[in-house]
Unconditional design. Structure first.
Length: 291
């Protein structure tokens, strides 16, 4: 676990007080997306009183196929719990349908929460297309067999979760980031316990550094103290995803206020996705300028 402590599938477990004394709402809002983060956003905004229209690509409100890919057994009951909760709080479902910006504009939603269409950040690094370069999701989904020496690029929440996963198998890990600190996008930052855990597992951390080139067996890094060459069987890209999607851009072009668009950032694991949905639901709930 990194950052503040929380249940991997239920982000409010142990933090129920966060939902106390929050504003109640009656406004009509839209949630667009098919990830677990979108389900959480729809659920918790509905619990605050919002009338929620939930648009997703699935033929039914069932995340079992996605959950199974991440974990074969653990989340099936949790999936059914979410389905039942959405029904209980009267979330209106639009299955197998992702709306256009024009359609959303016509319905005059007070807020629109967008959780689809995000694209990964594509860093401009020499050798980025080498066969030994992979995405963090390839690690989580078991699509690759991790090597012994791994360089992880990025030090945000996704990158650090990936590192925690890899050090369980006693891999030699190096983290490289252009930021001056790690876990810069995580609630509870900074987290001394997490940093200590990395140091205990002999993880090398290069902050304020930039990868100059990725080669077949090594990565060349420009650090504040000079150029460093690090052995690398594999390089994992974990820079996260770009802000803004085509749907958001189209909404703004049609005159929809950008301040009324809430973006769900794409995350890799179930825990990160659920917490992202919860955080953005709180952002919508705390709005006092709607209704």
């Amino acid at each position: 676990m990194i950052g503040t402590k929380r249940c991997i599938t239920n982000p409010i477990a142990g933090n129920e007080s966060l939902l106390k004394n929050l504003p109640k709402h009656k406004a009509h809002i839209a949630v667009v997306g098919q990830e677990i983060s979108s389900i959480f956003a729809a659920l918790y905004t509905a619990r605050s009183g919002y009338q929620v229209d939930f648009y997703h690509e699935n033929s039914a409100l069932d995340m079992t196929s996605i959950l199974k890919k991440i974990s074969p057994n653990e989340y099936l009951k949790f999936n059914q719990y979410l389905v039942n909760q959405l029904k209980e709080y009267r979330v209106t479902e639009f299955a197998s349908h992702l709306p256009s910006a024009a359609e959303l504009m016509a319905k005059k939603y007070a807020l629109t929460i967008v959780g689809c269409g995000a694209k990964p950040i594509d860093p401009d690094i020499k050798g980025i297309n080498s066969p030994n370069v992979f995405l963090a999701q390839d690690v989580f989904f078991g699509d690759i067999k991790p090597g012994e020496n791994i360089v992880v690029l990025g030090t945000g929440e996704e990158a650090c979760t990936c590192v925690k996963y890899l050090i369980r198998d006693r891999k030699k890990i190096t983290i490289v980031s252009e930021d001056s600190e790690i876990l810069h996008d995580m609630d509870g930052f900074p987290n001394p316990d997490f940093i200590h855990d990395l140091e205990k597992n002999a993880v090398d951390i290069y902050t304020s550094s930039k990868v100059a080139e990725i080669k077949n067996t090594e990565v060349i890094i420009n650090t504040p103290k000079g150029v460093v060459k690090v052995r690398a069987d594999q390089v994992i890209i974990a820079f996260g995803y770009k802000d803004g999607t085509a749907l958001e851009t189209d909404l703004i072009k049609l005159g929809y206020p950008s301040c009324n668009i809430i973006s769900l950032k794409k995350k890799t694991t179930v825990g990160l996705r659920s917490f992202e949905g919860f955080k953005k639901a709180l952002k919508a709930i705390c709005r006092t300028d709607v209704d």
